[in-house]
Design a protein around this ligand. Structure first.
Ligand code: SAH
Ligand code: SF4
Ligand code: F3S
Length: 470
């Protein structure tokens, strides 16, 4: 599971303003998906207005917040271990407040707040505006909780404090929650009903990022293809006087902000991704040639049990459409091994689908049963862990072969790369991404972070393209 530690902000005018106030220090750690990282930026913004400055050193903080993830059991175990270690620090510093945000909030509030007493504060994903009040309650000696989910909250008016500190690529949440109820997935329970954010606020946020020097934005939602503004699920207008916007139209609106602002988006859903979206991608050069299209399984029987709303054939048809409209589009996926009742035959269907599509990248997991989900209530988690893991390893090995194929196909080509930082392995090299989302590493020359350069790809590993600026 990803984890980042928030960097201290520099040169941010709001900090300078708030320095006049009695400053407190906030240490914020995020787990899970990009939506959670994006939410942490909203939290930092809300608390900035209440005198909290972020720090990367938890030992000097007054408030520690963990923005948590519930997607698999392991994610929850990691957070619990981390909370225990913060609890030790609290023994020497009784004024320190430790809080839990995000997707574990609803599920774990009783055990972590009341029974184990690991946290003072529990706040769910739709209740962040209430954080300042809740912190005050804790300062007054109480434990505080707000895990109410909302049908309306999109934090559309809050300008996030960017915590990534590369200043090149930023996230914009375009919707919240999920209505899909895939039978394995906890997200609809932790984040509530799906709701879309006004397109004008999304475009304004993209413009603001561009004006601040950002060169790439990623539009985020659990299922971006079901983004709809002023349209109901039947496709009818909700308010006659206002225009409607679907995802393909939103994508175009954001692409028109600036021709040198790259646009990415995640996550697309195979059941809802229309050719419109692919055509819009093809029409605008600054929309990256990359689609993350989670398949989960290659077996129609398992997909039905997962309640994904498509079959193997439907998925392959979506891939065919992408390849027809944008032949060089990179495609990645998510795969789960060992879901309930997955037989050896079903698993072979996953391998054969992978061989047909040859994904450029994949995120691969073994099934982890989650409380409250349909699968937990109705199906038996009957594939032994050992088999889940063996199947996962086979999927990982096969993906590695495909990633090498994908990277090899770039060797010898000149590709436009957006530089997003210094290579982790050598200070003498920069790193960046091409439109297809491959990681590229090359000697710095006289280039600068946040600019586009043309790189001749000379060689590759399964994870990285290596080249030189031309
Ligand atoms: N909204 C996205 C996925 C969000 S969760 C979509 O619909 O594709 C990210 C990934 O975690 C999922 O695609 C799935 O592959 C994995 N995942 C979700 N629940 C899981 C579970 N219970 N066990 C294992 N992996 C899971
Ligand atoms: Fe979970 Fe399915 Fe929603 Fe993705 S689409 S968040 S997998 S319920
Ligand atoms: Fe995890 Fe919540 Fe995202 S469960 S994957 S942080 S939506």
């Amino acid at each position: 599971m990803d984890k980042i530690i928030v960097e201290e902000r520099q040169g941010n005018p709001t900090i300078k303003k708030s320095k006049k106030r009695n400053l407190k220090k906030l240490y914020l750690e995020s787990y899970g998906c990009q939506m959670n990282f994006s939410d942490s930026e909203i939290v930092a913004s809300i608390l900035d207005k209440h005198g909290y400055q972020t720090t990367r050193n938890f030992l000097e903080s007054d408030l520690i917040l963990l923005n948590t993830c519930s997607i698999r059991e392991k994610a929850e175990t990691t957070v619990r271990t981390r909370l225990k270690s913060f609890n030790k620090i609290k023994k020497n510093n009784p004024k320190l407040i430790v809080g839990m945000l995000g997707c574990m909030a609803e599920r774990m509030k009783e055990s972590l707040l009341e029974q184990e007493k690991l946290v003072d504060l529990v706040v769910g994903p739709d209740a962040y505006r209430d954080l300042p009040n809740l912190i005050q309650e804790v300062e007054g000696g109480q434990k505080s909780v707000n895990v109410l989910l909302s049908r309306e909250e999109t934090y559309a008016d809050i300008s996030p404090v960017r915590l990534d500190n590369n200043g090149v690529s930023g996230f914009i949440s375009i919707m919240r929650g999920c209505d899909n109820m895939c039978s394995f997935c906890v997200v609809p329970f932790t984040r509530g009903r799906e709701r879309s954010r006004s397109p004008l606020t999304i475009v304004a946020e993209a413009k603001q990022l561009y004006d601040q020097g950002y060169k790439e934005v990623t539009l985020l939602g659990q299922n971006v293809d079901s983004y709809r503004w002023n349209i109901n699920k039947k496709g009818e207008k909700i308010e006659e006087s206002n225009p409607t916007t679907n995802f393909s139209e939103l994508l175009e609106m954001v692409a028109l902000v600036a021709s040198d602002l790259r646009i990415r988006f995640s996550t697309s859903h195979p059941k809802d991704m229309t050719d419109d979206v692919i055509h819009t991608m093809n029409k605008h050069k600054n929309i990256c040639n990359y689609i993350h299209l989670p398949v989960q399984s290659g077996s129609s029987k398992i997909l039905k049990k997962m309640n994904r709303g498509y079959t193997r054939e439907w998925y392959l048809d979506r891939i065919q459409s992408i390849r027809k409209i944008i032949p060089d589009c990179a495609i990645s996926t998510d795969i789960i091994t060992g879901f309930c009742d997955e037989s050896q035959e079903d698993f072979k269907d996953t391998l054969s689908l992978m061989k047909k599509v040859k994904f450029d990248f994949s995120y691969m997991f073994f099934y982890s049963e989650r409380p409250k989900t349909l699968a937990e209530r109705k199906y038996e988690d009957n594939v032994p862990e050992k088999i889940k893991r063996t199947r996962l390893q086979r999927v990982i090995d096969l993906q590695r072969e495909h990633s090498i194929l994908s990277n090899n196909s770039c060797v010898g080509k000149v590709m436009e790369v957006l530089i997003d930082g210094v290579s982790k392995k050598s200070d003498l090299d920069f790193r960046g991404r091409n439109s297809e989302n491959h990681k590229v590493v090359f000697p710095r020359e006289n280039a600068t972070i946040g600019t586009y350069v043309n790189v001749l790809i000379e060689k590759c590993t399964s994870a990285t393209l290596i080249g030189k600026i031309v």
